[in-house]
Design a protein around this ligand. Sequence first.
Ligand SMILES: [Zn+2]
Length: 274
Amino acid sequence: MYLSFDIGGTNMRLATSSDGETFAGSKIIPTPKDFNEGMKTLKQTADELSHGEKIIGIAGGVAGPLDKEKTMLVTSPHIPGWINKPLKTELETVFDCKVILENDTATGGIGEAVKGAGIGKEIVGYIAIGTGVGGKRIVNGKISNDSFNFEPGHQIIVPDGNLCNCGGKGHMEAYVSGSYFEKMYGQKGEDITDPKIWDEISRYLAISLVNTTVHWTPDIIILGGGVSKSIPLEKVKTYLSEFLTIFPQAPEVVKATLGHDAGLYGALYLLTNN
Ligand SMILES: [Zn+2]
């Protein structure tokens, strides 16, 4: 039996699979702030879900960047108690099986690429728009190599523009993200109804996606993350086609289809394809 997980700042999701394709059972629980408590909860929940059957492989995504060897979180604003704690080693010891750790944007992107909106596409550009912005380039179900994490949210789209969370200026995240919608318009994405505001946001997003397209040449761009749901896709596509003059046609732009399960599917795919 395989175990997939997705550890976010607020909740963690666990799921078991017998066939490596579909989930037999799943559970959502609040993420313990304390690492040892977290390990205990993981073990207990895994035992419940596996009904005593041996777990032969574990993979999962965690909210934050990992160390180079992908064994632990190195920073995380939401679960600081997990930073620099030996997550992979502990899981290997407790479950005595293969363990694969990834950043949660990566597992979400792979899930969408192989099981969701990107099925059948060779090069997928995954852009996750939530409180901040993350993204991955996925080629044939694999994350493209990157010497640092891909950071499409920190591309400059307005010279000397808004101050970004990272300290830079004019970055995409400082125009198209949940935290900046609140700063700029005083509203959460799902509450914005003014078409003028959406027009402005769509323009900023389209500029960002032009850059994504000329650098990543994706067959499809998948917009994931909680905030992406409110974005008027047709407007974004219209601006993208207008701004992208160098290619004969713009890549398809779609919204993610798997919701919160994307990370679990991505993790399961990593387990059965590595
Ligand atoms: Zn930035």
